[in-house]
Design a protein around this ligand. Structure first.
Ligand SMILES: C[S@@+](CC[C@H](N)C(=O)[O-])C[C@H]1O[C@@H](n2cnc3c(N)ncnc32)[C@H](O)[C@@H]1O
Length: 219
């Protein structure tokens, strides 16, 4: 899948998050319910935090949230949104080479199909696993796989200002980026391959969330 070297859809992404369509609002609300359950009183890592959602609403339920992103504009927007929340840290960092030591976080999550916008998904997941504590929890989310979601995505990308060149269940090719739609079943396979256990899939609005645990004795 060939993409430009750098992301070039900052304003569209800000609109997606700050002026969400009703379907996305519902999805964000359902995601928060799920994240609250797994992150309560925990030390949490938000990988690819964008402009600071869902950390802004989740922080009050957690011990601490560390948010990372490798886009300076996103980090600036996240700092603006999150600077007043005492238990949130925002760091400019590449998810493929995090500067944290091993086994630091109780829960690590990467939401909004971040996995679908990057290459080298296994390397990405393994690096998240490295910094997550044994018995810790990992959550990622992606678009659901049904026709209804494909129809929704046509409306969604158009609303955000993208020109759709082609769309199917696997990806949306726009004038600015190719957005891959990870198959939730493939994410489950990837979780298993990386050694995650107790894997579960949840439907949250237009997304599927996949949750798994890092085993206690992890090599
Ligand atoms: C779809 S946005 C998700 C924003 C936010 N997490 C949310 O759910 O609303 C994906 C984010 O991942 C970030 N990202 C992509 N590759 C990354 C990497 N290698 N390291 C850190 N962040 C990355 C992008 O800059 C972007 O802000």
């Amino acid at each position: 899948m060939s993409r430009p070297k750098k992301q070039n859809y900052f304003f569209e992404q800000i609109k997606a998050i700050d002026a969400p369509l009703p379907e996305m609002k519902k999805t964000f609300a359902k995601e928060l319910v799920l994240l609250k359950k797994i992150c309560k009183d925990k030390k949490v890592l938000d990988v690819g935090c964008g402009p600071g959602r869902p950390a802004d609403k989740l922080a009050k339920f957690c011990k601490e949230i560390v948010c990372i992103d490798n886009d300076p504009k996103m980090i600036k927007a996240a700092k603006k949104k999150l600077s007043k929340i005492k238990n949130v840290k925002v760091l400019y960092m590449n998810a493929f080479n995090m500067t944290f030591g091993n086994n630091k976080f109780d829960v690590s999550y990467s939401t909004y199909n971040t996995l679908g916008s990057i290459d080298e998904k296994e390397r990405f997941l393994r690096e998240i696993l490295r910094v997550t504590k044994p018995k810790g929890t990992i959550m990622v989310s992606t678009w659901k796989r049904d026709k209804k979601t494909t129809e929704f995505l046509k409306k969604y990308y158009h609303y955000l200002g993208f020109k759709i060149k082609d769309i199917n269940e696997d990806r949306t090719i726009t004038n600015k980026w190719v957005f891959e739609r990870m198959n939730p079943k493939k994410i489950v396979e990837l979780f298993k391959k990386c050694g995650l256990q107790k894997i579960k899939t949840y439907e949250i609005g237009v997304w599927a969330a996949i949750i798994g645990n890092k085993p206690n004795l992890f090599k």
